[in-house]
Structures are given as C-alpha cells and as structure tokens.
Design a binder for this molecule. Structure first.
Ligand SMILES: [Zn+2]
Length: 445
C-alpha cells in the first residue's frame, strides 16, 4: 500500500452517502423509511400485501411490514420461470437499548428511563455518550383510527455516565461491568419534588410530535447516538458510525439495485428487522415475508405453481452482513489463515456447521461476480475456540430452498455503538452486487 492511499471520488461519495443514510436512520423504523424514500425517488411504487397485484416486465415496487422490514423488487426482462430471482438480504436492526413501556423511574432528585437490552450490544460503549431516542408512536386520531408516526430527537436527551475511577478502582483491570437491571437506566432529568412524573417522557414525545399526549396509544423507542458519521485514518480511508452492522449492507444493496434501470432476471432486496434477536417474528427473516412476497410476484406475473418452483430452483440468495475485520492489537482471537483486512474487499463467510450458508458452489458464483467487477475478495472462518455468530443466510436458504452465499464487508467493533469500516470496501461491495443483479443463468448445483 502506498501512502496516501488512493481513494477515487466515487468511493468517497459512496461512503459519504452511506454515512448520511445512517445518520438519517437512527432506528429500524427510520431505516425502512429511508430505504422507502430512496426507492420512491428511483421510481419504485409501494404495494400493499392486502391488495391484488398485476406485474409486468420492468415494474418496480416495494412492500413494508411493521414499518421496519422492507422488500423491494424489479421485474426482469426475461421469463421469471427461467431466470429465477436474484435476491440480496440484509438487516435493518442493530443491537442496543430499547425504552420499556413504563420507563420513568424517580430516584433522589433524578428521573431515569428504564431500558431493555435488544440483542447483544457492547454495553460499555453506551456510557458517556450523547444519547437520544428515536422510534415510532402509534397515535389515535380524532376519528378513532390508528396512525404510525416516526419520532426522533436530534439533540442529546439521555445519558449513562460512568462512575469516576475513584469509585470503580479496578475498571481498567476488570473491564466495565454494568448490572443489567439496576445500572442501565438512563439519566433523563432533574425533579423538584415527589410529584407524579410518570408522564414526563410522554409529555416530551407529544411535544416533539406536536400532538396531544392522550393521543399516544403505544410506543417503540430505540436509544440512539447523536454523533454523526465520520471519516478517519491517515488517508481518510476509514469510516465510523453507529449501526454500520448492518445498514452498510442495506445501503450497498439499495445503491446497486437503484443504479440499474433493468435486468434480465427479477431483482429483489429484502431488508429485515429482528436479525439481532433471532429473526423469528412477523417481520423477521425467519417469518414468511420473503417467501410470500416471491410467491406473490410469481402469481402476479402469471406463473403457475410449477413455474414458481422452477424459478426458485434457478434463483440465488446473497446474504449480506458485516464480518470481523482483523484487529492488530488482538491477533490471538483470529484464525491466522482467515484474517480479513479492512479495505481489502468483500468477505465470503464459511462455517461448516452452517452458521453461514456458503457452499463451494455458491462461493464459486460469488467469486465470479467479484472477478467480473474487478474486485478483490477475502475468506473468513471464525476461530474454533469462539462461538460463531449467525445471520439470515442459513434461515432463508432453508425456508426458501434457495442457493445462498453469506458475505459482508470487514468491520471493527461489531455491536459497539461506534463501529468502523473501510471506505474502499463499500464501493467494492456495491460493484459486486451490481454484477450479481445483472448475471444470467446460474448453473444448478
Ligand atoms: Zn449483522
């Protein structure tokens, strides 16, 4: 590598757009709305699962579930039963803290907000940061109907201050340990008296949404970071932000899809909530959202059941999620033969126990798209001594009956509130995904 590292304008631009996309998506509900807005701009129209569909070559659409999962598609120019689907999947959720339904706790002269732990965040990274809240409100209109409203506070609103080192003398030796029930509530405000403060958050939400507090029926709120994304490194070759896992993969797939006007095969992107908690839910990848949607697309395109099954057998699924980049300070936790480096290209993930769905065939296909895109690739296997994580690849390979490869870009500090990745990798992944959407027939096997 030469110094400074050469970064092309397009690579810089794609990374900047990614950071802005994440800054505008502080919760999975906001992420789905950001994706929908970009799709609308690219001429995709919203479809409802409750209505009948008719589709023809070139049609572009998207469907939302629970405001947090989104599937979009572009109908190909060639017969679906022959080409099959080209599907990329990623997740919209990130591990963190979620506000409890009755969150307000009065202690001394302080109000605190009780939180649940969502998925597996590195809790210590939530301390001493300018945290805020984002999510959705369900409000009842005058006529009695229910309406969803996104809400976010741009300014810091809550905080989890550390103890001073003088009251936690061994913190640097033992690491920061937080009692999950007692020591995670977020400091929220001062109080003057023992008045009833149970509606303090509700009042703030109502004010922010410019509605009456009594109209708010229920809420789902994530704790988010208010710090915007940034570039860092000697050549500005790295990026940092919250939620790079996995909004970076969502953004790469979305960018690849909308960069193209048409393709021979029908292109599909599935962006799913609830990956961090196992995917089994109404809107998760372990539910029926994608299988039903593919069936609906086939039916609306006039395919018989047999034709649909033929299409599925000719299809391919790219499961895109981030991968553990090699960290030079901690070489012992990596398999030396399978170290993956930031800014050295997309990673193909292997696990013999099927935590990842990659097979020799699906790997060979992905390598073909990397070569066609002129992009370097890397291979990852988790250290045998440590439990391997999983993602949506194996779940969907099983439920759809579709050949699948698990891939992703290298990432430092996965599940930290502030993760880091490479500028070059993001554009590389976009280019490979473009090749994937444009590829012709995929050999069976
Ligand atoms: Zn992930």
């Amino acid at each position: 590598m030469t110094y400074p590292l050469k970064i092309e304008e397009e690579q810089q631009l794609n990374a900047s757009r990614l950071l802005r996309f994440i800054d505008n998506s502080p919760s999975p509900w906001h992420a789905a709305a950001s994706i929908a807005a970009q799709l609308e701009q690219a001429g995709y129209r919203r479809y409802s699962e409750q209505q009948g569909w008719r589709l023809k070559s070139g049609d572009k659409g998207y469907v939302l579930r629970a405001d947090a999962s989104l599937i979009c598609f572009r109908i190909g120019n060639e017969p679906l039963r022959q080409t099959g689907f080209r599907v990329i999947g990623a997740h919209t959720d990130s591990p963190g803290l979620r506000v409890k339904p009755r969150p307000v706790i009065a202690s001394g002269n302080m109000l605190r907000l009780g939180v649940e732990i969502y998925g597996g965040p590195i809790l210590a990274t939530f301390t001493d940061r300018d945290l805020s809240l984002a999510g959705r409100l369900i409000i009842r209109n005058d006529g009695g109907s229910l309406e969803m409203r996104l809400i976010r506070f741009a300014q810091p609103l809550v905080r989890l201050p550390n103890l001073p080192i003088h009251l936690n003398r061994n913190v640097n030796e033992d690491g920061l340990k937080l009692h999950k029930q007692n020591e995670l509530p977020l400091l929220f405000g001062n109080i003057e008296s023992s008045d009833d403060n149970s509606r303090a958050l509700l009042a703030l939400l109502a004010e922010q949404a410019a509605i009456d507090a009594d109209a708010i029926v229920s809420t789902e709120l994530s704790v988010c970071d208010t710090q915007c994304g940034s570039f860092w490194g000697s050549s500005n070759e790295f990026i940092a932000n919250s939620q790079l896992d996995n909004l970076a993969s969502c953004h790469a797939a979305l960018t690849a899809l909308t960069a193209q006007e048409s393709s021979a095969a029908t292109s599909v992107c599935g962006f799913f909530d609830h990956e961090e908690v196992g995917s089994v839910s109404y809107q998760g990848a372990g539910g029926n959202f994608l299988s039903v949607l593919l069936e609906r697309i086939a039916q609306a395109s006039g395919l018989s059941d047999e034709d649909h099954n033929r299409a599925i057998a000719s299809s391919f699924f790219v499961s895109a999620d981030m991968a553990h980049a090699w960290h030079p300070n901690f070489p012992a936790v990596y398999d030396e033969q399978h170290r993956i480096f930031v800014n050295k290209g997309p990673v193909i993930k292997h696990n013999a126990n099927q935590s990842y769905a990659t097979s020799a065939v699906s790997e060979a296909c992905f390598i073909g798209w990397c070569e066609a895109a002129g992009v370097e690739y890397q291979r990852y296997v988790h250290c045998n001594d440590l439990r391997c994580g999983g993602t949506i690849g194996s779940t969907l390979a099983a439920s759809l009956g579709m050949r699948t490869v698990d891939v992703g870009n290298p990432l430092w500090a996965m599940h930290s509130l502030r993760e880091s990745a490479g500028v070059l990798d993001h554009s590389a992944m976009i280019r490979v995904m473009e090749q994937f959407f444009q590829c012709g027939r995929i050999a069976s096997g």
